[in-house]
Write a protein that binds this ligand. Structure first.
Ligand SMILES: [Zn+2]
Length: 330
């Protein structure tokens, strides 16, 4: 997340947090299937998901700052997962580097991009994205960025693996953006030099901070500017294993998240999007955003919810294609 300021930093007292945990039994995590179709919320391997989050937020990644050795190590890990998910490359490569300004000079940032080809509509693309960079190491203090955004990165990798076993009807691009924390640089670069024509990109689903929330709430933004997404999202609410809320996508100020993560440049390019994430927590952009603070149950339930959304979006893409063609939110 690249919010410019902490606007409404929620201070959750430990007692409240404990109460919330005590009175919110997670019924669906054990439930193998709540729906007869789709992922059924059980198709995501929770063990590998947590392994990926732990690896990407490990101290050895040194906070994954753009241009750093730790960022390159994270990239190497993610690329191994691209291969495990049998992603196809564009132009025979997964890495797309670009130059970014930095105080006193420039550095190189690198997006990681691959795709699963659609079985029915290979020329229509859903971009499933997360940023893997974070704030790095400041004066010897590592900013691990476990929630921001090792959680979203691991979530996208898990969905990419699921899609290997269950090929989508439309092509799904897996995009791991660099440079988000410095101003959404990776997503802007992706849209400026897209591997496919922009008019073939039907939708973006972006994950940024999906690993913890004291109240078990996951937000989905995007349905206000892109109303075509609303029925798809509302249809998830009754069976989603998290409390899914719609909002944070209208008005002025910090509570509108439209331009606060990598969905922003897609919105600007008039591509429909949905962003999944949680509200800020006290560890947001702090060295304390560590793996130990992740809530594994919530994290797994979040990713399962998002995976089901991606599946339903793929199966129900026609109205989104029409909405995009018809006309665009501003
Ligand atoms: Zn951030």
């Amino acid at each position: 997340m690249a919010r410019r300021a902490l606007f409404a930093l929620l201070v959750i007292a430990p007692t409240l947090s404990a109460q919330a945990a005590a009175k919110s039994p997670p019924p669906a995590v054990q439930s193998t299937s709540r729906t007869s179709k789709g992922i059924g919320y059980a198709g995501i391997d929770s063990v590998q998901l947590l392994i990926d989050l732990a690896a990407i937020s490990a101290d050895s990644m040194d906070g994954r700052r753009t241009g750093s050795a730790g960022n390159i190590r994270a990239r190497a890990y993610i690329l191994r997962q691209f291969l495990a998910a049998s992603l196809s490359p564009f132009s025979q490569r997964f890495t797309f580097s670009f130059t970014v300004a930095r105080q006193g000079g420039t550095t190189t940032a690198t997006n990681l991009v691959g795709y699963h080809e659609g079985t029915k509509h290979p020329d229509r693309y859903i971009v499933l994205s997360a940023h893997y960079d974070h704030l790095g190491n400041k004066n010897g203090v590592i900013y691990n960025g476990a929630d921001d955004n090792a959680s979203g990165t691991a979530g996208v990798l898990a969905i990419a693996r699921w899609l290997k076993e269950h090929p989508p009807e439309n092509s799904v691009i897996i995009a791991m953006f660099d440079g988000e924390e410095q101003g959404l640089l990776g997503s802007k670069e992706f849209l400026t030099h897209s591997p496919v024509p922009l008019d073939k990109i039907v939708a973006n689903v972006n994950l940024d901070m999906v690993g913890r929330n004291a109240n078990g709430v996951l937000w989905a933004a995007g349905a206000t500017p892109w109303t075509v997404m609303r029925p798809l999202l509302e249809g998830l609410i009754p069976t989603a294993p998290v409390t899914l809320k719609l909002g944070h996508d209208s008005g002025t100020g910090q509570e509108n998240w439209t331009q606060q993560s990598d969905q922003g440049p897609f919105h600007t390019a008039r591509i429909p999007w949905v962003y999944f994430g949680v509200e800020d927590h006290p560890d947001y952009h702090q060295p304390s955003d560590k793996f130990a603070k992740i809530e594994p149950g919530f994290f797994v339930r979040s990713v399962r919810t998002i995976a089901e959304f991606v599946h339903r979006l793929d199966q129900g893409l026609e109205p989104v294609v029409a909405a995009k063609t018809r006309s665009p939110a501003r």
